[in-house]
Design a protein. Structure first.
Length: 223
């Protein structure tokens, strides 16, 4: 039976409009995004199958292109999910910029996680801050393993000067999902801190993004 024939109180879209998005399950929220099902499957069933195929909501939303090969899941449905993800990322970015100042690692952790957590390759990025620790910009600088061969202090210094940054927060992801800082992470952080100290830019933190909460190297006493 199609969802449109269900009792109104059980239809995902009507539930969302009446009671808010928080009351919907993951599959129901996906059903709202999908808009309709496929032949023989309603949108909620399709949403459940997507979640099962991906293994988790995080995996699905992080790399949707890898989990959207179900029959009937065409370009329009894929585009809706991709658009919703990008809107969420931009919303987090706006919230970050609108803060009067960054006070702790959690202020930037959600945004940086949304940007980097699910990438299948390693990315090193910088969050540039002014002298009051307000966000100026975020930029991905390097791709590949974070070590002395791929992260060049000269380029980081140049980028900080370009953005007129007074402080910076580094971030990189571990595609394996394990956020524990490696010896290479510690070494490159020290090297960059020394280089930026020469031009008056302070390194506030280096966040390692994995499957769970970001790990703050500053909170670990590593900076």
């Amino acid at each position: 039976m199609s969802i449109r024939h269900w009792p109104e109180g059980e239809r995902p879209r009507e539930k969302l409009l009446s009671h808010g998005s928080a009351v919907l399950s993951d599959a129901e929220l996906l059903a709202v995004l999908l808009g309709s099902g496929t032949r023989g499957k309603d949108a909620i069933t399709l949403g459940r199958e997507l979640l099962m195929q991906a293994g988790s909501l995080n995996a699905l939303l992080g790399r949707p292109e890898q989990h959207m090969q179900l029959p009937g899941l065409g370009p329009a449905k894929r585009a809706r999910i991709a658009a919703a993800l990008e809107l969420a990322r931009r919303s987090l970015a706006e919230q970050l910029v609108e803060r009067p100042a960054l006070a702790n690692p959690g202020d930037s952790g959600a945004y940086l996680s949304a940007r980097l957590r699910h990438l299948p390759y390693e990315v090193f990025g910088c969050l540039y801050l002014d002298n009051r620790h307000r966000v100026l910009a975020f930029e991905e600088l390097f791709r590949g393993t974070v070590d002395g061969a791929s992260v060049h202090p000269r380029e980081v210094v140049r980028a900080c000067l370009h953005h007129n940054a007074c402080a910076v927060i580094f971030a990189h992801n571990h595609p394996s999902g394990v956020a524990e800082p490696s010896q290479a992470d510690r070494s490159i952080t020290r090297e960059l801190s020394h280089a930026l100290q020469l031009v008056g830019v302070r390194v506030l933190d280096h966040l390692v993004i994995g499957a769970g909460a970001p790990v703050s190297m500053a909170a670990r006493g590593l900076i």
